[in-house]
Design a protein around this ligand. Structure first.
Ligand SMILES: [Zn+2]
Length: 260
């Protein structure tokens, strides 16, 4: 029963944090504050109040429209809330009632926001990467101490260093070929931190998963004529997905490699 409780808590927290992410993806790319001013309708300026801000339910009740002027607010809040809740529940399944679950939910929320912005604007705001790194590092340190596994603190920071070194090297190599965004390099320590906490050995594997996914999708898009050789693909979503996959099966991949 404990597991069911954890998953329900993950779903509820995921929806609430997802609702906050709607503000983050809207304001951070424009340099705005995520705290003030309070959310308002973009069309009529009416301040959103509690009944407008219940994740999913408000959207369904008002069918995605402003209560006052009826202007469509789009599907963005609904998709963000549900996506974030799904990620939280997945991490709930992975970690159960362990203090480290909180830390991984911070990673999940940051990746949802970063992927969303990268798909829309082809960039990864450093404010989100750095804030998530600091909050994530604090949460991971607390979890390591509570679990009496202090060695994981060094593993996490080693992982961050490994990821930064690998992505930095690739960035320099790719420079001549028209390259990779520096936002991807700034994101690397965050990804490495979380993979390293589990095992620094899975950091290269997670990044490799990301590159593999990016290459496959790039080739498929060229195949169906949606992209040319020079079309820019946002790379953040692939790095994020590769990292999440590594959090789930990275250790198994390391074991397979060592046995081969
Ligand atoms: Zn309105």
């Amino acid at each position: 029963m404990e597991t069911t409780g954890v998953l329900i808590a993950c779903a509820v927290m995921g929806l609430l944090v997802g609702s906050f992410l709607t503000v983050v993806v809207d304001r951070v790319p424009r340099g705005g504050s995520v705290v003030a001013p309070p959310s308002a309708c973009g069309a009529c300026g009416s301040r959103l109040t509690a009944p407008d801000l219940v994740p999913v339910f408000s959207w369904l009740a008002l069918r995605g429209r402003c209560r006052h002027c009826g202007t469509s607010i789009g599907k963005e809040p609904l998709v963000l809330e549900i996506t974030n809740a799904v990620i939280f529940v997945l991490f709930g399944l992975r970690f159960g009632a362990d203090p480290v679950l909180v830390a991984y939910c911070i990673l999940g929320a940051a990746l949802v926001a970063l992927v969303w912005i990268d798909l829309r604007e082809f960039r990864l705001p450093r404010e989100i990467s750095y804030t998530a790194f600091v909050l994530g590092a604090i949460a991971l340190v607390i979890a390591a101490l509570l679990n009496d596994e202090p060695e994981r603190i060094w593993q996490a920071f080693l992982g961050a260093g490994i990821a930064l070194a690998i992505m930095g090297a690739i960035f320099l190599l790719a420079k001549k070929m028209g390259g990779m965004g520096d936002g991807d390099v700034r994101l690397a320590p965050l990804l490495g931190l979380y993979m390293g906490y589990l095992n620094p050995g899975i950091v290269p594997i997670g990044l490799f998963f990301g590159f593999l996914l990016g290459a496959v999708v790039g080739v498929v898009m060229m195949g169906v004529g949606k992209a040319g050789r020079r079309t820019a693909l946002p790379f953040g979503p692939f790095l994020a997905l590769g990292t999440v996959i590594a959090v789930f099966i990275g250790q198994q991949a390391v074991d397979v490699i060592w046995q081969a």
